[in-house]
Design a protein around this ligand. Structure first.
Ligand code: NAP
Length: 305
């Protein structure tokens, strides 16, 4: 049996992967700080994996990205560089790394975006460091593939959500923050901006299923991973309110606050052509499932800033 090592095994994606790929070795930052190359080298010596699934990253919401651009750039570049460098030194046959649709240019001529437009302009300013760090990883993997003919790849997922998301932290993502808002509201929820920006969200479980299928079928191709739909913030809020059975809630907008990037949706045509008929969980079902699993866990809704 192939030995699979998963970094970031305690995160949103890692915990979903644990459910369907239980025999892999899952690591957290406590097992090894991946910004330390000696630690990564020891890790490879110890486990000698055939496959590395590199999920670990500094990940967070817009506020955290805006506040800590140095950490987002340095930590992600260091972790990714150390992992790829040591995977090469230790002859790891397959590497799957996760990027993000934040790598794409702030604006392009047509949507949804294909993989080819990655370098057609700078990433959006609010995620610039994170986006650029991840773009560097794409270039790094492409270079290894070109120079050493590696069977390595990266996946470019859209925004994620699910029961293992960060609900109680200042760096929570949009869907987690939305569910938290809906859970705590009596009459209305207030959202930033005017509700028109378009968003593409995927359940973390779907991304885990894609990774497992790629390993099972021996597919190591770099590509987007996102469901074939995109919703406005307003439509998403309506779906979430319905999925949480809180249909009496009104939605109001604080237009003093920014809208953020208008859209960054991507196409999964390449993925579908390689994986065949892959069914994504609908936003309604995914939010309903997430809310059902977390609503009684009070600690998840504690406000710690
Ligand atoms: P997450 O929930 O924030 O988990 C991050 C993981 O990385 C944790 O296991 C964490 O370990 C580990 N980690 C962080 N810094 C580390 C370090 N210095 N050394 C070792 N491990 C470290 O992340 P996620 O949402 O599962 O994201 C997984 C991947 O998908 C990332 O590459 C992310 O960029 C990408 N992605 C995420 C989203 C999204 O919306 N979440 C969207 C697109 C792409 P501890 O638990 O010990 O802290």
């Amino acid at each position: 049996m192939k030995k699979i090592l998963v970094t970031g095994g305690t995160g949103l994606v890692g915990r979903h992967l644990q459910e369907i790929l239980p025999d892999a070795i899952y690591l957290s930052s406590k097992d090894c700080n991946l910004t330390d190359i000696n630690c990564v080298s020891n890790l490879m010596n110890k486990y000698q994996p055939d496959i590395v699934i590199h999920l670990a990253a500094r990940v967070g919401g817009i506020l955290d990205n805006v506040r800590y651009p140095v950490e987002y750039l340095e930590q992600n570049v260091m972790m990714n560089t150390n992992i790829l460098n040591q995977c090469h030194k230790h002859n790891v046959k397959h590497v799957i790394t996760l990027l993000s649709t934040c790598i794409y240019p702030d604006k392009v001529d047509s949507y949804p975006m294909e993989e080819e437009v990655m370098f057609n302009g700078p990433p959006t300013p609010t995620n610039f460091s994170y986006g650029l760090a991840k773009r560097t990883t794409a270039a790094h993997i492409d270079a290894y593939v070109k120079q050493y003919d590696k069977k390595w790849c990266y996946l470019i997922p859209c925004n994620l959500y699910g029961e293992f998301d960060k609900f109680s932290e200042h760096n929570s993502h949009f869907v987690a923050a939305l569910i938290k808002k809906i859970h705590g509201a009596d009459k209305q929820i207030e959202l930033w901006g005017d509700g028109t920006p378009l968003r593409q969200f995927m359940h973390g479980k779907d991304l885990a299923r894609v990774i497992k299928k790629m390993i099972d079928d021996g597919i190591y191709e770099s590509m987007n991973v996102a469901p074939p739909w995109v919703y406005s913030i307003h439509e998403m809020a309506e779906i979430a309110i319905d999925a949480c059975d809180k249909n009496h809630l009104k939605i109001t907008y604080n237009t003093e606050k920014p809208n953020g990037q208008y859209r960054k949706d991507v196409t999964s045509d390449k993925l579908i052509s390689l994986l065949g008929d892959f069914k994504f969980i609908t936003l309604y079902d995914g939010i309903r499932d997430t809310y059902t699993k977390i609503k009684n866990k009070k600690r998840l809704f504690r406000n710690n800033g």
